[in-house]
Design a protein around this ligand. Structure first.
Ligand code: HEC
Ligand code: HEC
Length: 264
């Protein structure tokens, strides 16, 4: 629903912007195949913050996607199991639910498909799914949380259910009603004149041809270097981006245009 304030009705920038972006919805969206309940979100939240889901009992999802730091770790590349550096930068977990696919190369279709990955990734949490499940079964508090969240299952503590619960929690990590969202809903005064000038430039310079939609990005893939392909020293030989998923030569050094302008 778009409410146009009376004084903004003939604001051409607002009309152009409303046709290009969408405000973050006020309530969490649904993820295909997940009938989210408060009990599921509650369990997912406990798992998201629990370092016992890692081999070292030191690393949780929140280590690299800190909710209080805009959903990231503020590092060029994350530090995981045994202080190993990963090859890629951790994208924000906030509003990730709105991306067309997950990871810089889009190799996971959605948050549920994504959630199991880091737990057993040797340079992230470094624990096998079998071990993680055994460990969860040994913690009485989790038996109760899984039973309530997945009441129909006879053996509810499974990795699939853990991933479902984490995804249900992540779908609540949205940032509605930011000044830009209010502007998109028709409140011209939500942005200062200087901010509106910046927005005009963002549109005029073509940033919005890739950074558009609900997440100001995250809807498409694009090669490194928008104007000019960067030199070999910027192109890691062992990480060719989306090429690793599609094995198509034109996808070498292509990545998702993750949300930018709305990143907190
Ligand atoms: C050691 C750091 C680390 C840990 C721990 C970690 N992640 Fe990540 N996460 C990353 C990095 C780095 C990427 C990007 C990897 C890539 O693109 O290949 C990522 C990507 C993601 C994405 C994709 C976001 C997007 O916009 O594409 C989501 C969602 C996510 N992680 C959630 C989680 C969850 C849930 C957990 C816990 C189960 C977790 N992460 C644990 C570092 C980490
Ligand atoms: C051809 C598509 C394209 C255009 C046009 C484009 N970008 Fe990007 N942008 C990307 C992609 C892809 C990424 C992520 C990969 C990377 O960092 O190279 C990105 C990343 C970013 C990031 C970092 C986001 C983050 O979460 O780390 C910012 C900020 C950004 N762009 C701003 C801009 C601005 C400002 C403009 C206009 C001057 C612009 N972009 C034009 C594709 C584009």
């Amino acid at each position: 629903m778009v409410v146009i304030a009376a004084d903004a009705a003939d604001d051409p920038l607002m009309k152009q912007v409303q046709a290009t972006f969408e405000p973050i919805p006020l309530t969490p969206p649904t993820i295909k195949g997940i009938a989210s309940t408060p009990a599921m979100v509650n369990l997912g939240k406990a798992l998201y913050f629990d370092p016992r889901l890692s081999q070292s009992h030191n690393i949780s999802c929140n280590t690299c996607h800190q909710i209080g730091l805009g959903g990231v770790d503020m590092l060029p590349n994350s530090i995981g199991h045994k202080w190993q550096h990963g090859g890629r930068n951790a994208p924000t977990a906030l509003n990730a639910v709105f991306n067309v696919a997950q990871f810089w190369d889009g190799r996971a279709a959605d948050l549920k498909a994504q959630a199991g990955g880091p737990i057993q990734n040797p340079i992230e949490m470094g624990i096998t799914h079998e071990h993680a499940i055994q460990m969860l079964k040994g913690i009485p508090g989790y038996s109760k949380l899984f039973e309530v969240a997945f009441a129909k299952d006879s053996d509810p503590i499974t990795m699939a259910n853990a991933a479902t619960a984490i995804a249900a929690f992540e779908a609540t990590l949205i940032t509605p009603n930011a000044p830009f969202d209010k502007y998109l809903r028709g409140d011209q005064a939500a942005l200062t004149p200087e901010q509106r000038n910046g927005l005009q430039l963002f549109m005029d310079k073509g940033c919005s041809s890739c950074h558009a939609g609900i997440n100001v990005g995250g809807q498409m893939y694009a090669p490194f270097g928008v104007v000019e392909k960067p030199g070999a020293d910027f192109l890691p030989p062992d990480d060719k981006g989306r090429f690793q998923v599609t094995h198509t030569v034109s996808d070498e050094y292509v990545s998702a245009s993750l949300r930018s302008a709305t990143s907190p």
